[in-house]
Design a protein around this ligand. Structure first.
Ligand code: ZN
Length: 346
């Protein structure tokens, strides 16, 4: 989408009542950063995101693509469990949470909009399909359709909103299995690239290790998509820093997003390595926490979103990270990563 068309789309959303005037006023992009960010409540200027957790989940339903349904839980029950956690993290200084649950794994746009309004936290949702976990969350039509047909579905969500809610996706989520890409995973990645070229939405791909990371970047290059439109999700799982550096130097985003009390050291060592290489400007941080699980009593045990604030940032400070470096990781990088902007190779 060209910038003019994009502005027109925003104006249309405004005239349709999707954006309150106050939000629209806050939307005027700064001269240096032309893109906007799409949240579950509409477009905002990137600067409005503030402190951002780049990869979290409110609800994940592991039942499988063939049986997943919002009928499997009561939104009131979910809100009762989740809202205290969202409010807690808001009090800790978080302003935006990127919700990475894709369709067929429990994405619920109406629920996210409700939780955003009730908590005061900005939430971003997604379009796209998840090919990891041995394809359990891929709907059957994805096997029959071409990458172009799948992209057309995702572009429609961008244009018209998700499931009749009017909520629009703020990024493309996909996922691939370990090792070399399967045919279906390669198709999902190609569909994500095509969707990026139509919408300007950034692609966040559950990836983990270097082999599928490199193969995805090759597909993106083949479609003319710049690596800066792609987030290597769960990059902390790849132990070899050389692969991280290779991807980051091309412009890809590294998402070290499994921060928990048990994994502090591993995440710290990854971030320290990127600092030594002068690549902190390509790094995102998060917990991959949450996960109200339908089908389990009370939604199972919900993991809070607080470790980054209570443990990881203090650990960064102790390791010599400056205020500006921490701000780069938690405020500046997410603003840039999630801007809606078509990024072409070359
Ligand atoms: Zn996740």
């Amino acid at each position: 989408m060209k910038r003019r068309e994009f502005i027109r789309t925003g104006a249309l959303a405004l005239s349709a009542g999707a954006l309150p005037i106050s939000t629209w006023n806050a939307c005027r992009p700064a001269a240096k950063e032309p893109g906007l960010v799409m949240t579950v409540l509409g477009l905002v200027a990137p600067e409005a995101l503030g402190f951002t957790l780049a990869h979290e989940h409110v609800l994940v339903d592991f039942i499988g693509a063939d049986r997943v349904s919002p009928d499997r839980y009561d939104p009131d029950d979910v809100a009762a469990v989740v809202l205290p956690h969202l409010r807690q993290v808001r009090e800790l200084g978080c302003q935006t949470l990127v919700e990475c649950t894709p369709a067929y794994l429990g994405r619920d746009a109406a629920l996210l909009r409700r939780l955003s309004r009730a908590s005061g936290l900005t939430i971003i949702t997604n379009t796209g399909y998840y090919g990891a976990a041995d394809d359990k969350y891929i709907p059957s039509h994805a096997y029959q359709e071409t990458a172009h047909q799948l992209a057309a579905r995702w572009v429609r969500e961008w244009q018209d909103g998700i499931d009749g809610t009017g909520v629009r996706p703020g990024f493309i989520k996909t996922g691939v299995d370990k090792g070399s890409l399967s045919a279906i995973d390669a198709k999902l990645v190609r569909a994500a690239a095509l969707t990026h070229l139509e919408t300007g939405l950034t692609i966040a791909s559950h990836t983990g290790y270097a082999v599928p990371a490199r193969e995805q970047l090759a597909i993106l290059a083949d479609e003319g998509v710049h690596p800066s439109a792609w987030i290597w999700v769960h990059a902390q799982n790849e132990p070899d820093t050389d692969h991280h550096a290779w991807a980051a130097r091309q412009g890809a985003w590294l998402s070290f997003d499994g921060i928990s009390p048990e994994s502090l050291e591993r995440h710290l060592s990854r971030v320290v390595a990127m600092k030594r290489l002068g690549l902190l400007h390509r790094v995102l941080l998060s917990h991959d926490a949450g996960w109200y699980r339908p089908g389990e009593p009370g939604g199972g045990s919900f993991r809070p979103f607080d470790t980054l604030f209570t443990r990881f940032i203090p650990a960064l400070r102790e390791a010599g990270f400056t205020r500006d470096e921490i701000r780069q990781l938690t405020v500046i990088n997410p603003q840039r990563a999630f801007q809606v902007r078509i990024r072409k190779q070359g």
